[in-house]
Design a binder for this molecule. Structure first.
Ligand SMILES: NC(=O)c1ccc[n+]([C@@H]2O[C@H](COP(=O)([O-])OP(=O)(O)OC[C@H]3O[C@@H](n4cnc5c(N)ncnc54)[C@H](O)[C@@H]3O)[C@@H](O)[C@H]2O)c1
Length: 244
């Protein structure tokens, strides 16, 4: 069991799980006893990651409703339940706003915000029937405060907060909590930010360094656990203080 949180006999879905925060969190869910469905659009990487962490790989694009619904149906068919949904898939297409194409705008918003909506919507009938569910979404410093070059990403991640608040209100009556984390961790996503800008951001982190994905995973595990029953509609910053 991991950090005292018991997910034995539970089923968790983790999107964007082929690497980074999703992969490490899936490992923690599996250590806590959950059956984990690891979802990613990157087929080769998600299959390798699932083997590594002891999860079940599902290749799916979170922007595709049919693929999303197929993952949810498979999880219910194979395990009889879904307890935890970690809506973690996201990507960057950074450019100043006057250079963002319609395609990049749509993609960034549709992965982070649309994917969160689609997976949550697909799980709701099951959560309602069972009277239980834990949904953890992922917002960002950029969603809270803005960041040069990230208008689409900031809009998507601010949208995730609005979605989280409304879903928390709508689903509380069914025993479902909906929260968001705002992480800060060295992953491929952060490595893709130009070094000069990355250093500027790092200088703003009071703890003085980027987090490790494992430092984010413990918070997600807590929010996913029965221990977090009285927390809903919260944005929990796990960011070394950058958003203070
Ligand atoms: N790393 C950070 O400091 C940080 C900060 C704020 C927010 N976030 C958010 O945390 C989440 C995880 O980020 P990360 O840093 O681990 O990034 P990452 O790039 O390492 O992992 C993101 C994963 O999402 C997958 N993905 C992208 N588009 C997809 C799609 N359409 N369908 C399915 N999977 C898709 C990618 O293949 C990848 O495996 C993202 O939502 C990101 O926006 C990260």
């Amino acid at each position: 069991m991991s950090a005292g949180f018991d997910l034995r006999e539970q089923t968790a879905i983790v999107t964007g799980g082929a690497r980074g925060i999703g992969k490490v969190t899936a490992a923690r869910f599996a250590e806590a006893g959950a059956t984990v469905f690891l979802v990613d659009a990157d087929a080769e990487a998600v299959e390798a990651a699932a083997r590594e962490v002891g999860a079940i790989a599902r290749v799916a694009d979170v922007t595709d409703t049919e693929q999303v619904e197929a993952v949810v149906a498979a999880a219910i068919e194979e395990t009889g339940r879904i307890d935890v949904l970690f809506n973690n898939a996201g990507l960057l297409r950074d450019k100043v706003l006057w250079k963002i194409s319609d395609e990049d705008w749509d993609l960034v918003v549709d992965v982070s915000l649309g994917g969160t909506f689609r997976f949550t919507r697909a799980c709701v009938p099951h959560f309602r029937a069972r009277g239980y569910g834990r949904v953890i979404n992922v917002t960002s410093y950029t969603g809270l405060h803005g960041n040069i070059g990230q208008a689409a990403y900031g809009a998507a991640k601010a949208g995730v907060i609005g979605f989280t608040n409304t879903a928390a209100k709508e689903l509380a009556r069914f025993g479902v909590t909906v929260n968001a984390i705002s992480p800060n961790a060295m992953t491929r996503m952060i490595e893709s930010i130009p070094p000069a800008h990355r250093e500027e951001l790092e200088a703003q982190i009071p703890i003085g360094r980027w987090g490790e994905p494992g430092e984010i995973a413990g918070t997600v595990l807590f929010l996913a656990s029965p221990e977090a029953a009285y927390i809903t509609g919260t944005v929990l910053r796990v960011d070394g203080g950058i958003a203070i």
